[in-house]
Design a protein around this ligand. Sequence first.
Ligand SMILES: NC(=O)c1ccc[n+]([C@@H]2O[C@H](COP(=O)([O-])OP(=O)(O)OC[C@H]3O[C@@H](n4cnc5c(N)ncnc54)[C@H](OP(=O)(O)O)[C@@H]3O)[C@@H](O)[C@H]2O)c1
Length: 247
Amino acid sequence: MRNSLQGKVVAITGASSGIGEATARLLARSGAFVVLGARRMDRLSAIVADIQREGGQAISFELDVQQQGQVQAFVDGAVKEFGHLDVLVNNAGVMLVAPLSDLKTDQWDRMIDVNIKGVLYGIAAALPVMQAQGSGHVINVSSVAGHKVGLGFAVYCGTKFAVRAISEGFRQEAGPNIRSTIISPGAVATELPTHISAGPSKDAVDAMYATAEISADAVARAIQYAISQTPDVDVNEIVIRPTAQEF
Ligand SMILES: NC(=O)c1ccc[n+]([C@@H]2O[C@H](COP(=O)([O-])OP(=O)(O)OC[C@H]3O[C@@H](n4cnc5c(N)ncnc54)[C@H](OP(=O)(O)O)[C@@H]3O)[C@@H](O)[C@H]2O)c1
């Protein structure tokens, strides 16, 4: 049976670490042509070299998803290199957790710009391509924080609720040939919590991750599952978290 991922062109934002990196590596091993985007080019170059050494096909682009022009160039670059775009994984994200009363408005701006506007810029770049092709799949990485609000998580949760709302709207509008998947992970062992400023919020998050976390590979396998369905099957959301996670 033909591998359903063989030759699929999959562009992944935030592919320099964590879930994005694991997804790029797993999909490339399954025969997909992967296009990696992030700001840390040294990391991307090393991952691309690993994939190519294993016989996979991968290219990378420097990408700040806060810049619409760069997201457009990322998608255009994928299409130019491989001729089409089957899947866009809007994965890039930041989690800068703090109580609202800390008034870290710069961090609020960054979460809104990366987690929400980055996803919208991805849709803006990919949707016309997918409509012209008559096929495509947009996968947006939300979170269990897109389902439930935790103390100190107000803005991060707001961005992840927004990702789920935008994804559902996209699903309804994109028509019968374009698929839409929300991936909502719980605690995953990545660099994500390391960017939180020191303080009680960071201590609480570190304690939560110390209790239970799953590997980024587990989330990559969920993404692979959604992509590998036949074109008539649209897996709309996968919530995936440690068995022991309460929240
Ligand atoms: N880990 C968890 O527990 C968890 C749970 C639920 C949801 N998620 C979501 O999963 C996604 C991936 O996070 P992760 O856990 O894998 O964390 P991670 O290891 O910190 O990865 C985040 C990725 O996003 C990229 N990124 C950050 N800002 C960017 C920007 N402005 N432009 C382009 N790329 C940017 C980073 O690359 P550069 O710094 O090189 O740009 C990195 O590749 C996020 O959307 C996160 O909210 C994670």
